[in-house]
Design a protein around this ligand. Structure first.
Ligand code: GLN
Length: 381
């Protein structure tokens, strides 16, 4: 077999998690919390299974969840969404992204992407026939500039695949950067597909601005969210897509032939969870912010140069000030084998001209886990 997918390597997350198991390492690589998730939400799912929510739900999602998504985004982001025509439930955000690409581009269409990029994006764009045009973001600021956008946008730009807050950099893009991007999309007539799965995982009092709220984009943007990230239960694979009715019609055609539906018991539990009181979301954020600060302080104390993280489960360390000769991949290999701590080399998120001096740590862990990792890392700093 020499298809595009047959030639792809196993994902860096899977590879690092396997190495972490082999070496009995503290796994700060793949992004998942080591907390079991909110008990009441898990109980709702268990009850829903027992109560019989086990057959195919409606293709677009249960009415309860679609209404809960619209109400949640109204309360938190001021969005005005019609649950009947503008909200769809998918089996995770990854399905939503794959579906959006299959539904919205034709072979030869140009697709703008930002690297470092989440590993699924590029193969999915290429498999859908899209021609990638990459914007390269660099540390320490990872800023999107007008000059960089001007180089990749063209009259053939059909779609932009965006991610905010951004994995792996931990950046929350500023209003000015979002407005610039919106202007380019409007000018070129491109659809802006935005992976906003980290929308609730933002710190320091920041608020999330969805692409659906940007000037001129309400009818040409697709917002993608994830219950797995909102509730810290990454295996649930319940995603939501929000878009104007005309785009949604196309997106729903992809969804009906990809997964068709999503487990109904989980949908009902997520519908309940999205209605939880404001304080639950804020204190979850505050807890993650404390974990971020604990790991950042610990790493800085060991002599690592820690880059700022305004959102996501991740913070990055720049190895260059430690030793300009260090390469992220070799360093991560040594960390997992010798110090028994797993991290992710950020070069894995570049398709070309990789930045090779930055490594990513997941801080969504208990204090004990973070302290164990820091203790082991003290041999390196
Ligand atoms: N989103 C997770 C991360 O960035 C990885 C998910 C996966 O393993 N595919 O670590």
């Amino acid at each position: 077999m020499n298809s595009l997918f047959a030639s792809l390597p196993t994902t860096v997350f899977e590879t690092m998690s396997r190495l972490a198991r082999e070496h009995d390492a503290v796994n700060l690589g793949q992004g998942f919390p080591d907390d079991p998730g909110p008990l009441d939400v898990r109980q709702k799912a268990a009850e829903a299974i027992v109560d019989g929510w086990n057959q195919y739900p409606p293709m677009m999602g249960t009415p309860e969840l679609r209404h809960a998504v619209a109400a949640h985004y109204r309360a938190w982001q001021g969005l005005d969404l019609d649950p009947e025509s503008e909200v769809m439930v998918t089996s995770g955000a990854t399905e939503a992204i794959a579906g959006a690409l299959l539904a919205l581009i034709e072979p030869g269409d140009e697709v703008v992407l930002f690297q470092p990029l989440y590993d699924a994006y590029l193969p999915l764009v290429q498999r859908a026939g899209g021609v990638p045009r990459l914007v390269r973001l660099v540390p320490p600021h990872w800023r999107i500039t007008e000059e960089a956008l001007a180089q990749v946008f063209s009259p053939r730009t059909r779609l932009v695949l965006f991610n905010n807050p951004h994995n792996p950099t931990g950046r929350v893009f500023g209003r000015d950067e979002l407005d610039t991007l919106a202007r380019f999309c409007t000018r070129s007539g491109a659809v802006l597909v935005s992976d906003e799965v980290w929308e609730h995982v933002i710190f320091d009092g920041l608020s999330h601005h969805s692409v659906l709220s940007l000037p001129g984009l309400r009818g040409r943007a697709v917002k993608i969210g994830s219950a797995g990230k909102i509730f810290g239960m990454t295996g649930w694979k319940v995603g939501f897509v929000c878009a104007a009715p005309e785009l949604m019609r196309a997106l729903s055609r992809a969804h009906q032939f990809l997964t068709f539906t999503t487990p109904p018991a989980l949908q009902q539990a997520v519908a309940y969870g999205l209605g939880k009181e404001r304080d639950w979301f804020l204190s979850t954020r505050a807890g993650l912010q404390r974990s971020r600060d604990r790991l950042a302080r610990g790493l800085a104390g060991l002599g690592f140069s820690v880059l700022p993280s305004a959102g996501t489960y991740f913070l990055n360390v720049d190895l260059a000030p430690l030793d300009p000769a260090l390469r992220d991949e070799a360093f991560c290999r040594r960390l997992v084998e010798r110090e028994r701590v797993a991290a992710i080399p950020v070069s894995a998120f570049y398709a070309e001209q990789p930045v090779e001096s930055v490594i990513r740590f997941c801080f969504a862990k208990t204090d004990a886990t973070l302290d164990r990792a820091l203790n082991r890392l003290s041999a390196v700093g």
